[in-house]
Structure formats: structure tokens, C-alpha cells
Design a protein around this ligand. Structure first.
Ligand code: AMP
Ligand code: MG
Length: 348
């Protein structure tokens, strides 16, 4: 895209100035990079179709992959959706503000660009105070996908956003690190049972305990076969991928996983291809003498560090990333969903 000056505001020291400028840009139909508790977002006025279109263009995002619309209070829900089922409202009240996205029937006034041509719209109320204030100050509902170029790992810091959008958008707000580190849980709330279309910061267990039951859509962990309908179009695309080749190692048991990783690592090393192993802190000792990025002591910490680590692998000129599979409970489901896609479904 064109070369424009990108203004960066550090919200710790330039809060008022940054917020006012960003809100003005949103009202004028421009794009703003801003922090949320999940990842950084690339935002625009959701009800301004031209502005929404420019998000897809800036990211290189396929036009049938819909965006999430962010709101700051319940009154804004009425702008976007009609007839909210009681069960859906209870879940929204339980998990909002937070990393939970509700898919509901959209009002006809909501443009088809933001909804990727679907009759539904995805809505979320973020808990990050900067995100919330930006929505409030702009007086708009803000459509915002993750603020990365399509296909690349999502941004968890303002630096990641600068890497992808410097000179391409007018404003980036720097509000520090995104804590959750992976995107929100996208959940279809139209039926009797909530269906997770994309796992994220609110776990399946949390939804089950609030709703009594939960389903996980088929596209979450496996590749959809030709002709199979994607309930969440984003599941179709190659995603979150660094330049390095990524493989997920899932052995019959832990010893087998470790053996697969060490054998693959040594093979690539012999070919002169620099490798790194992504693992839990406690397992780093199992890969003695080899290059590891310990990502944390549990799946929640792994989620928080994953995208940064994928970008770092490229900065460190790694050719291969070997990822030690984690169990699917809690945040493990979201971590595995992201890494499997980053790997393009390649396993060892
Ligand atoms: P991102 O904006 O990068 O966090 O991606 C948003 C995710 O939400 C993508 O996987 C979309 O496919 C999904 N999504 C957004 N709107 C809808 C919708 N109306 N129905 C189903 N999935 C949606
Ligand atoms: Mg994204």
C-alpha cells in the first residue's frame, strides 16, 4: 500500500493525545492499530463499509473471512444484532468484557463486508481498558481483525504491528503486551448448545460450566476436507505462519514425542538447517544440547508467548520450528489450534 506517516502513541505517556487522535481517525473512516487483551487489532468503524473494506486491503485478507465487531457496552449490541436468545445473553454477561466472541444473526443494517457475506455477525466486548476507551471515545462500533498481514502470526506487541503496518496506516496505539496472547473464543450462540468455531481465551470447560454443554466445531483441530462447509471461514486459511517451516510433534507418549523431536532436529541440523524446539519450561531438559524456546510452565503461558516466539524464530533465522504437542484441555485447545495451522497441518 501507499507510504503514509504512521503516528505511534505510547499510551503510558501519551494517553489523552493518543486516544483523541485514534478516535478521530476511526470517525473519519481510517485504520488504527490498538491493543486488546487477546492480540493487537487493526480497527475501523464497522458501520462504514468503505473503512471496513480498507481493513481487508491492508491485511491482504480474503473478503469472505468476516471480522469481529468490538463494542464497549451492552447498548451497542442493539446496533449489530436482533433477537438475542436468552441463553446467549447469559453467556455474554458471564464472559464480557473478555476474550469471548458471540456469533449471532445480524441486523440488515450491518454491511456484508464486515460479515464476509454471512447473515451473522461476530461481536465481542474487550476487557482491555485502552480498547474499551477507544470504542467509547470514537462513538462507533469497531471492526477489528488481528493486526497482522494475512497469514502471518498475530501481533501481541505494538512492535509486531509496526513490523507489518508501519507506513501503511495512520495510527498505532502502544499499550504494552497483550496478556492472553491468542485471539478470542468465537462461539456460535444461535442454537441451544453453544458451538466453539475457534478456541481462544475463554476455554471450552468455562463455557460448558456456564451453559451446561458445549460443542467444538470440526474445523478446530483438523483440516476441513474439500467441500466441507466452514462454519468459521477463517478456519480455511493458512494462518499464523512464520517463514520457518513448522512441525507439530505428537508421539504415542511423552518419551515418543521427545524422540521424534530429537531425531528430526538432528536430521535437519545435519542438513545445515537451523532448528528450534518450542516446549514447556519443564521439558527443556529433555532436549539437551539443542536450541529450545521454553514457552512457559503451562498452556496458558504458552498461549501468551506463542506468536512472539514464532516471529522471533524468523528474526533468529530459524529454518525449522519443532513444536511439542500439549494436551487439549484448558488453553491447550487454543494453542494446538494455532500451532497446527502455523504448521499447515504438518506433523512428525
Ligand atoms: P480475527 O479477526 O483474525 O481474530 O479472525 C476472526 C475470526 O472470527 C475468523 O476465524 C472468522 O472466520 C471468525 N468469524 C468472524 N465473523 C464470523 C461469523 N459471522 N461467523 C463465523 N465466524 C466468524
Ligand atoms: Mg487473525
Amino acid at each position: 500500500m501507499n507510504n503514509m506517516d504512521t503516528e505511534i502513541f505510547d499510551l503510558f505517556t501519551q494517553y489523552e493525545e493518543g486516544m483523541d487522535r485514534a478516535a478521530e481517525v476511526i470517525r473519519q473512516g481510517g485504520l488504527v492499530g490498538f491493543p486488546t487483551e487477546t492480540v493487537y487489532g487493526l480497527g475501523a468503524d464497522a458501520m462504514n463499509e468503505e473503512a471496513v473494506r480498507s481493513i481487508y486491503i491492508a491485511k491482504g485478507r480474503p473478503s469472505n473471512n468476516p471480522l469481529i465487531v468490538h463494542i464497549c457496552d451492552m447498548s451497542q449490541l442493539d446496533i449489530l444484532v436482533k433477537d438475542v436468545p436468552k441463553r446467549a445473553l447469559e453467556l455474554m454477561e458471564r464472559f464480557w468484557p473478555g476474550p469471548f466472541t458471540a456469533v449471532l444473526d445480524k441486523r440488515p443494517e450491518v454491511n456484508g463486508t464486515v460479515s464476509g457475506g454471512l447473515n451473522t455477525v461476530a461481536v465481542r466486548m474487550p476487557s482491555n481498558r485502552y480498547a474499551s476507551e477507544l470504542i467509547r471515545r470514537s462513538g462507533r462500533v469497531i471492526a477489528a481483525p488481528s493486526g497482522n498481514l494475512s497469514g502471518k502470526p498475530s501481533p501481541t506487541t505494538a512492535k509486531h504491528m509496526k513490523d507489518d503496518f508501519m507506513g501503511k496506516i495512520p495510527v498505532i496505539l502502544d499499550g504494552g503486551r497483550a496478556d492472553v496472547g491468542v485471539e478470542s473464543t468465537v462461539c456460535d450462540l444461535r442454537g441451544d448448545v453453544p458451538v466453539i468455531l475457534r478456541p481462544g481465551g475463554i476455554t471450552a470447560e468455562m463455557i460448558r460450566s456456564a451453559a451446561g454443554s458445549v460443542e467444538i466445531s470440526g474445523g478446530v483441530l483438523k483440516k476441513l476436507s474439500e467441500g466441507e462447509k466452514a462454519l468459521s471461514p477463517g478456519m480455511l486459511y493458512r494462518h499464523y505462519s512464520p517463514k520457518a517451516e513448522v512441525y507439530v510433534a505428537q508421539g504415542a507418549d511423552e518419551a515418543d514425542t521427545v524422540k521424534r523431536i530429537n531425531d528430526a532436529y538432528d536430521g535437519y541440523e545435519r542438513q545445515g538447517r537451523p532448528c528450534v524446539i518450542f516446549c514447556l519450561d519443564g521439558n527443556a531438559g529433555l532436549y539437551r544440547g539443542r536450541n529450545t524456546y521454553p514457552l512457559g510452565k503451562d498452556a496458558g503461558q504458552m498461549a501468551s508467548n506463542l506468536f512472539d516466539a514464532l516471529r522471533k524464530a524468523d528474526e533468529d533465522s530459524m529454518s525449522v520450528v519443532l513444536f511439542e504437542a500439549v494436551s487439549l484441555d484448558g488453553m491447550g485447545l487454543a494453542v494446538m489450534n494455532r500451532i497446527i495451522r502455523a504448521a499447515g497441518f504438518k506433523t512428525i
